[in-house]
Design a protein around this ligand. Structure first.
Ligand code: AMP
Length: 212
């Protein structure tokens, strides 16, 4: 499998699983959330334009994000590489644009893996989690405040507070969940259970990839 999308509600572990696929299976991870947070940290013009959306749990408008991601794909020739998409597409319009861009290079998405998780577990995971501002690794609340990977001091994401989390879940249900039916109709949807340890979920994803 060359190009896969990880789909799922916030907190389902898309970022963590994408990172593991990068580490263990030679995928390149394209995480839109990480790219956007990087731009905000750099205080670039682009970062300034998108900050408000991230802080409020809203999706960045297509006019801003889609072109940015499609350019990244083209510039890095991701259409011919093993790539895992984490956080893109998040709307049907984005999926259409992505499919069209890949088709220009006779490429396509092979599969979309939906990581399923219920609302209580999402809130429990997100309100406690910590992230490394340097290498982006994500940790549960029980972890010490230092990143195992690079030694930086861990922080909470500014959008990981209960009010914004609820908003992000609503936005997911309204704007992103229609992608489930979209990829199902294309015969490209595979569902897995997002409960269980990081390793268990990783093994399920690897099993899916190996079967294709
Ligand atoms: P994530 O790290 O994937 O949870 O994304 C964090 C935030 O970045 C989201 O709540 C949105 O504000 C923004 N974002 C990430 N990916 C997209 C996308 N494909 N379309 C619009 N906004 C996005």
């Amino acid at each position: 499998m060359e190009r896969i999308i990880l789909l799922g509600p916030p907190g389902s572990g898309k970022g963590t699983q994408a990172e593991l696929l990068e580490k263990n299976r030679n995928f390149i991870c394209l995480s839109t959330g990480d790219l956007l947070r990087e731009e905000i940290k750099k205080e670039s013009e682009f970062g300034k334009n998108v900050k408000h959306y991230l802080d409020n749990g809203l999706l960045v408008p297509d006019e801003i994000i889609t072109e940015f991601i499609l350019e990244t794909i083209e510039k890095n020739r991701f259409f011919e590489k093993k790539v895992v998409f984490d956080g893109f597409p998040r709307r049907v319009s984005q999926a259409d644009a992505l499919n069209k861009k890949l088709a220009e290079f006779s490429s396509s998405i092979d599969s979309t893996i939906l990581i399923k998780l219920d609302k209580e577990e999402i809130i429990k995971r997100l309100t406690g989690r910590l992230v490394c501002p340097e290498c982006k690794k994500v940790y549960p609340a029980s972890h010490s405040e230092i990143c195992d990977n690079c030694g930086a001091k861990l922080v909470k994401r500014t959008d990981d507070n209960e009010e914004v989390i609820k908003k992000r879940i609503n936005v997911y249900n309204e704007e992103t969940a229609p992608l489930i039916e979209y990829f199902n109709k294309l015969g490209k949807l595979i569902e897995i259970d997002g409960n269980g340890s990081i390793e268990e979920v990783h093994n399920k994803i690897v099993e899916v990839i190996n079967k294709q």
